[in-house]
Write a protein that binds this ligand. Structure first.
Ligand SMILES: NC(=O)c1ccc[n+]([C@@H]2O[C@H](COP(=O)([O-])OP(=O)(O)OC[C@H]3O[C@@H](n4cnc5c(N)ncnc54)[C@H](OP(=O)(O)O)[C@@H]3O)[C@@H](O)[C@H]2O)c1
Length: 317
């Protein structure tokens, strides 16, 4: 059995506990909270066989854990993940991976020195429709890529962690990392922000951000809009010289379509099977069981590139 531990007892931890039930050969072995009673309540409700633990530090040293999923607020990922890595534990860290590229580099250095597995929980990267879309691009089905568009928005302005600077709030860090991941996975790691337009709340937190990424000099660009104040259609498109790909819900792929240069539909697939959360844990399990310290689906250099872009975008807001 592949034993997963969860740090944090909030909303995504609840979804992950549910998702792990879909996976054969894996279970939630233990859950850590800063408060033992909260850990007990979480376990009772979501995974009754798991052990509740009332300290993150104690949890990191539990020998039975094969992977620890860090599901705490953005500003705590670095500290919580390092505690686990220093205890020799493999970690799956929620997005945004860290608050800066410097923190990300320090995690990778510690993990590499200890031979410990680390992965950013960019669950879209593990979905079959994302992989098929990348295959279409690689095989030249739309020719050379010229332009990517994507949007991601939810009405979540009332969620505390999104509007609290101390918890790393803001639409970009919450949602922009998905649109940036899409751009980096297609255009590569050497893209940078060309322009950023952010509208902010009175405490300085970005409520919505419109931004363009591209390479130095000439080349394909990506344009994105992310917001915490409205539900958007969450769609994306990749435009090439010989056709285009439509993505339905870039945050949780529902369907992808390949169109030729007349606009005719050539091929399409709908999402089926395991959820993205289950697939990312399965991806980690497979990588760890194969002796890897990175997931092929979400390698460190992609996470590092996203962290650099995050730093630049936040400095340009
Ligand atoms: N992949 C996705 O689809 C997805 C979706 C939503 C969120 N996320 C990411 O997951 C992370 C957690 O988000 P969430 O929505 O689950 O947040 P949440 O509901 O606020 O839960 C966060 C948990 O972290 C723990 N925590 C540790 N230090 C804390 C502090 N100072 N303040 C508040 N909580 C603290 C708490 O557990 P204890 O008190 O029990 O220790 C809390 O329950 C964020 O980084 C977010 O970006 C990912």
């Amino acid at each position: 059995m592949f034993n997963v531990g969860i740090i944090g007892t909030g909303s995504i931890a609840t979804k992950m506990a549910e998702a792990i039930k879909e996976l054969r050969g894996a279970c939630v072995y233990a859950v850590a909270s800063r408060d033992l009673d909260r850990a007990k309540a979480f376990v009772k409700k979501n995974c009754p066989k798991a052990k509740p633990v009332g300290s993150y530090e104690e949890f990191a040293y539990m020998d039975e854990l094969d992977l620890i999923y860090v599901a705490t607020p953005n500003t705590y990922h670095y500290e919580n993940a390092l505690t686990c890595i220093k205890a020799g534990k493999n970690v799956l860290i929620e997005k945004p991976f860290t608050m800066s590229r410097a923190e990300a580099d320090s995690i990778f250095t510690e993990a590499k020195n200890r031979g410990v597995f680390v992965c950013e929980a960019m669950w879209t990267a593990f979905m079959p429709l994302h992989k098929t879309m990348l295959k279409w691009v690689r095989e030249g089905k739309i020719g050379s890529v010229r332009y990517i568009s994507s949007n991601l928005g939810y009405n979540i302005e009332n969620v505390k962690r999104l509007t609290d600077p101390a918890l790393g709030g803001g639409a970009y860090l919450d949602l922009g990392v998905y649109t940036t991941h899409l751009a980096v996975s297609i255009l590569g790691e050497n893209i940078e922000p060309k322009s950023v337009y952010a509208r902010k709340l009175s405490n300085g937190i970005d409520r919505d951000v419109t931004y363009i990424l591209g390479p130095q000099g000439d080349g394909a660009i990506s344009s994105s809009y992310v917001t915490m104040s409205s539900l958007t259609d969450r769609d994306g498109a990749i435009v090439g010289e010989k056709g285009y790909i439509k993505l339905f819900n870039i945050n949780n792929y529902e369907r992808i379509e390949l169109h030729d240069d007349t606009g005719a539909l050539v091929e399409a697939y709908d999402q089926e099977g395991l959820s993205g959360y289950s697939l990312e844990v399965k991806g980690c399990k497979d990588a760890i069981e194969n002796g890897l310290i990175q997931c092929p689906e979400m390698p460190w250099n992609r996470t590092a590139a996203i962290c650099s872009i995050n730093d630049r975008i936040r400095s340009m807001m």
